[in-house]
Design a binder for this molecule. Structure first.
Ligand code: NDP
Length: 444
């Protein structure tokens, strides 16, 4: 389709050296072709050109002093991508690999993900190339305070509401919130993922992982199947991975492997999640230690080998492009039937093609991991209403949202003649509302 090709080639020319952004835009715009065909008015209004250009990109310096007195300077980013349907919403990532390309790919995905939740939230993303690994609590606090000393002027409860992502969990959100409150002198829901003692929501910590499993469970149910007795691989061992593992296990699955950025553990008897939680959440240690503590478990250096372990269901929950074509082919050869993306863009475009060709039920990130941001929006609702819902209430709402997203993308795929293609289905279902709002707002 000429219009989509033109927008993609302009995007690549205007934004060179942004491969992750190109990858996400290619996946999204290709999936939108059936909608664009039905709406020629979108091309006249340059809707796609506006959709792929962030409304605002903020780049800033983050200077901080470590415990030995040495001065460091990191880069800070906030991409306020699209506010057509609500205030910008999306996480902050602290990881040495962070650059503009990564933040833009995440922001673009976030627009459609947030729309899919059915809640009034726009898309944004931010972060820094700061590496929290090996830093003391005091250093983390100094960094977070410096980061917020610039970011505070760009965000607000009705403007832009950041949350966590890789490297940003409860501790970091606490320090960021403390600094925002100090500078602005207001105790409002400007960040989500907050602690329960200062405005957080129950079930937010669990939401992305649980949500991923709720959606996968619905996909299984629609095929008269369930998690019971299934062999599952969950990559990563951070927030999303831990709670995906917990919910899958509670539904009767056997999770046999997980990893961190150094290597993976294979436990044929089923991962002991309390040991993983102790190592990763309490001690902030390395997964390697799991094999020292659990008899019969094996640890192997490097991550890629995890995908050679046979499984029925793969839940990649670590980072972008963790499953390439070769890993996808190995998974298919070993009998994988379902892939649910907990991380953002964990499968390369080539890997997705392998899964789809083999008839694997492929649940793309923007739908499958939307439970985190959906629960963040529930946290915002509780903050505005000065309410505090029970764990069961939030969890029940989360489950309903995930089941609805599954059926919305399934229906959209059917409506546009691409039944079973959930990549297209999710893109279409998310885009329709954003496009309608953008058209209603005129050329802005
Ligand atoms: P965490 O920082 O809690 O955990 C990340 C996990 O992935 C860690 O185990 C980390 O290993 C591993 N990891 C990170 N980078 C790499 C890499 N390059 N290679 C191998 N392993 C890696 O992050 P989250 O769990 O919050 O996020 C995981 C994914 O889920 C990300 O893609 C994020 O964007 C996505 N996501 C998160 C949401 C949330 O609510 N938190 C919501 C929606 C999506 P190590 O410990 O060694 O660093």
């Amino acid at each position: 389709m000429q219009y989509v090709e033109k927008v993609l080639s302009e995007l690549k020319a205007k934004n060179p050296n942004e491969p992750e952004f190109h990858q996400a835009a290619t996946e999204i715009l290709n999936g939108l072709k059936p909608v664009i065909e039905r709406h020629p008015e979108y091309e006249k209004a340059a809707l796609l050109e506006r959709f792929v250009e962030p409304e605002r990109v903020i780049l800033f310096r983050v200077p901080w002093v470590d415990d030995s007195g040495a001065v460091h300077v990191n880069k800070g980013y906030r991409v306020q991508f699209n506010s057509a349907i609500g205030p910008y919403k999306g996480g902050l990532r602290f990881h040495p690999s962070v650059n503009l390309s990564i933040i833009k790919f995440l922001g673009l995905e976030q627009i459609l993900k947030n729309s899919l939740t059915g809640l009034p939230i726009g898309g944004g993303k931010g972060g820094s190339d700061f590496d929290p690994k090996g830093k003391t609590d005091h250093e983390i606090m100094k960094f977070c305070q410096s980061f917020m000393t610039e970011l505070y002027r760009h965000i607000g409860q009705d403007t832009d509401v950041p949350a966590g992502d890789i490297g940003v969990g409860g501790r970091e959100i606490g320090y960021l919130f403390g600094q925002y409150k100090r500078i602005r002198d207001e105790h409002v829901g400007v960040l989500t993922g907050r602690g329960l003692s200062y405005g957080g929501s129950l079930a937010r910590k669990e939401a992305t992982g649980y949500g991923l499993v709720y959606m996968t469970e619905e996909a299984l149910k629609c095929r008269k199947d369930s998690f019971k007795g299934k062999t599952v691989i969950v990559s990563g061992s951070g927030n999303v991975a831990i709670y995906a593992c917990e919910k899958a296990q509670s539904l009767g699955a056997k999770v046999v492997a997980m990893y961190d950025s150094n290597g993976y553990v294979y436990d044929k008897n089923g991962i002991k999640l309390d040991v993983v939680k102790q190592i990763k959440e309490v001690e902030r240690g390395r997964l390697k230690e799991y094999a020292d503590r659990v008899q019969g478990a094996e640890y192997r250096e490097g991550c890629k080998g995890i995908w050679t372990i046979p499984c029925d269901i793969a839940l990649p929950c670590a980072t972008q492009n963790e499953i390439d074509k070769e890993s996808a082919e190995t998974l298919v050869k070993n009998g994988v039937k379902y892939v649910g993306e907990g991380a953002n863009m964990p499968s390369t475009l080539e890997a997705i093609a392998v899964f789809q060709k083999a008839g694997v039920v492929f649940l793309p990130a923007k739908a499958a991991n939307a439970g985190g941001v959906a629960t963040s929006a529930l946290e915002m609702a509780q903050s505005s209403g000065r309410l505090f819902w029970s764990f069961e209430e939030v969890d029940a709402k989360l489950k309903t949202i995930m089941i609805n997203i599954y059926h919305n993308m399934d229906d959209a795929a059917k409506e546009y003649g691409v039944e079973g293609d959930y990549v297209a289905g999710a893109n279409i279902a998310g885009f329709k509302k954003v496009a309608e709002a953008m058209m209603a707002h005129g050329i802005v």
